[in-house]
Design a binder for this molecule. Structure first.
Ligand code: ACO
Length: 334
């Protein structure tokens, strides 16, 4: 019988992984009509890592990122109770989390996938912290991993310039209530705009001759860039304000703004709307592009490696993307 007393949750360790193959904007301009200047000006992206070669999937990246995180705190994978794999690009429609569980040897962990596109990692942290704060689990591994390169129409210049492949992982651990570092969250979904960003399922024209049953396959990523841009710049600041207001924090209390790495202009516009100084923005998208559910843990891991984040710093983390889904989680780094 579990005790459902409230307890704290804190991020114990982070890890990340990117493919070795690096493609500069100049490489992309050889396959579609675009230029380094256009891409940098409109997005801030200069290069991205892509999973090339056969037999490579998000599993390859998710496993490396998870092992990196475990190694940082010398934790054995058998101590993990739950694995949440945030991804929209599993290598199995039934889910890929169990393959990560098996490959890292997390023999005691239950594992499941969470699909919420670029908001997946934020939803993953929130879900993990619920399991920890109510006393159900002690150690939870949250992985954000995506390989949108497999779902891009590489002849569509409006989308193929944006995305890269990566994985990031965090281990969230139970702690005393006083050490709780996941302070609050705010989540939203508006399905009315789902067609703005989708990888939709398309049925074949001909049904099965006897069963009248249609089967099909998934299409490439389709995006209304302007609508997604407007949505992000208008809704993300509101989500952040609701979240910090509920904690009685002010804008000045924010040490770091860690947004989903979609577009440099979106990061700057959100910071500007909130009057947050641009030197508080954590950004690495020039090197990796938009890596969907991986972008936040990848940037967090890099910022920690660069010793940017100090004890007790307030980090405002916001994800946004297909669904449309968006949300904020406020973390005090311990
Ligand atoms: N290279 C050169 N020209 C291009 C390219 C390209 N790669 N792509 C489009 N263009 C052209 C268009 O054809 C258009 O030409 P026209 O004026 O002759 O018709 C012109 O450039 C302007 O195109 P817009 O689409 O209006 O460009 P915009 O300034 O809106 O920038 C962009 C496009 C970068 C996609 C922007 O809208 C954006 O960043 N939106 C947000 C997208 C995003 O973040 N998506 C991910 C969300 S997260 C998730 O869940 C996956």
């Amino acid at each position: 019988m579990k005790s459902f007393s409230m307890q704290g949750a804190k991020i114990l360790a982070t890890g990340s992984a990117v493919p070795t193959s690096c493609f500069h904007n100049h490489d992309i301009s050889k396959i579609v009509q675009t230029s380094d200047q256009w891409i940098v000006t409109r997005t801030g992206i200069r290069e991205r890592r892509l999973l090339t070669g056969i037999d490579k999937s998000i599993i390859t990246l998710a496993v490396t990122a998870s092992i990196n995180a475990l190694n940082k705190v010398s934790m054995d994978a058998s101590q993990i109770d739950l694995i949440i794999l945030a991804t929209s690009t599993p290598n199995d429609l039934f889910g890929s989390a169990s393959q990560v569980q098996s490959k890292i040897g997390a023999i005691n962990a239950v594992a499941f996938d969470l699909t919420a596109a670029c908001s997946g990692f934020v939803l993953g942290i929130v879900t993990a912290s619920q399991f920890i704060q109510n006393g159900s689990y002690r150690n939870v591994l949250v992985v954000g991993a995506d390989s949108l390169s497999k779902w891009i129409d590489w002849s569509d210049r409006s989308t193929c310039i944006l995305f890269g492949d990566a994985a990031g992982a965090v281990i969230i651990q139970a702690c005393s209530e006083a050490d709780n570092s996941i302070l609050d969250f705010q989540l939203n979904t508006d399905g009315n705009y789902s067609s703005c960003l989708s990888i939709s399922y398309q049925e074949e024209i001909r049904p099965h001759p006897i069963l009248n049953l249609y089967q099909g396959s998934f299409k490439y990523i389709a995006m209304n860039g302007k609508e997604v841009y407007k949505f992000a710049v208008s809704q993300v600041p509101l989500s952040i304000l609701k979240c910090i207001n509920s904690l009685n924090l002010s804008i000045n209390d924010i040490d770091w703004l860690l947004l989903h790495q979609a577009n440099e202009r979106i990061l700057m516009a959100v910071a500007e709307k909130l009057s947050i100084s641009s030197d508080k923005i954590i950004s690495n998208l020039s090197k990796y592009g938009n890596t969907s559910a991986a972008s936040i843990p990848l940037a967090l891991d890099e910022a920690l490696q660069q010793n940017k984040i100090a004890h007790n710093d307030i980090i405002v983390i916001s994800g946004f993307g297909a669904g449309l889904t968006w949300g904020t989680v406020v973390v005090q780094w311990k």
